[in-house]
Design a protein around this ligand. Structure first.
Ligand SMILES: Nc1ncnc2c1ncn2[C@@H]1O[C@H](COP(=O)(O)OP(=O)(O)O)[C@@H](O)[C@H]1O
Ligand SMILES: [Mg+2]
Length: 234
């Protein structure tokens, strides 16, 4: 369970995240929604321990994120909004590199990497330089890289940005598969149609403030659609 308590982050006078309180249940597929500049990326970075809160706290399974930066990173997989992959590594070399960073056991490493390349549809491109990958392939490879250490929580910043319809569908199915295995998935997005099909829970923020946090079933019951809920708060 993730607990966000009175989380605030200021950049000089600008309050990017404003007294945010939120609970994210284990095993949920949690959509974090808001317009551009609402404070999504800032919140996700603080969840990952990449940015310090001005005040307030985040705990993951009872562990304070700010106080346990290394331990948290071993439990969490984080996909930033701008995916970075070394152009001059092949897909396989990239995953080898990431596996070494996370100390994946050398006995299982090769099999793990081949499994991931297979399940992410990258087997044929495994020995190709990532410089020659499409944007969607790079994102899939990045996603494969962040699950290599079997994290129990995934934090994904705008995972559907820039993906074409086929890649969006593939990506959605991959996230669904991971969620079905029990991984908690939190992702930010402003593509409401994709979110509606995928999530168990939704939070909407506007100007850094939480407007609503509920199960998708309740939101559909009370607002008819995610779009109506979204526009009634933004
Ligand atoms: N490093 C930074 N320095 C100054 N202001 C920032 C920084 N990062 C984000 N902000 C500001 O914080 C607010 C929230 O940004 P962000 O969290 O990126 O929103 P979102 O991801 O929802 O689009 C915006 O007003 C943005 O300009
Ligand atoms: Mg953002």
């Amino acid at each position: 369970m993730i607990n966000i308590s009175h989380l605030t982050r200021k950049f000089n006078e600008n309050i990017a995240v404003d007294d945010l309180c939120l609970e994210i249940p284990d095993g949920s597929m949690f959509g974090f929604l808001g317009a551009n500049g609402a404070g999504k990326t800032t919140t996700l970075k603080m969840m990952m321990g990449l940015l310090q809160p001005t005040s307030g706290a985040i705990t993951i399974d009872g562990l304070n994120v700010a106080a346990n930066p290394i331990l948290i990173k071993s439990k969490v997989g984080y996909l930033p909004d701008e995916v970075f992959i070394y152009d001059y590594l092949t897909g396989k070399q990239f995953l080898n590199f990431v596996a070494d960073v996370y100390n994946v056991d050398s006995k299982i490493k090769e099999e793990k990497i081949n499994d991931l390349l297979g399940s992410f549809g990258l087997k044929d491109a495994a020995d190709e330089y990532t410089a020659n990958y499409s944007f969607g392939m790079k994102k899939k490879l990045a996603l494969a890289g962040i699950v290599i250490h079997n994290p129990s929580l995934l934090i994904l910043d705008e995972p559907f940005n820039g993906l074409d319809p086929q890649a969006t569908k593939d990506f959605r199915n991959m996230l669904k598969k991971m969620s079905d295995k029990g991984t908690t998935v939190i992702f930010s997005s402003h593509v409401l149609e994709v979110v509606e099909k995928l999530v168990t829970h939704v939070a909407i923020i506007n100007h850094g403030k939480l407007k609503i946090c509920d199960s998708i079933n309740n939101i559909m019951k009370n607002y008819e659609s995610l779009e109506k809920a979204f526009f009634s708060f933004t």
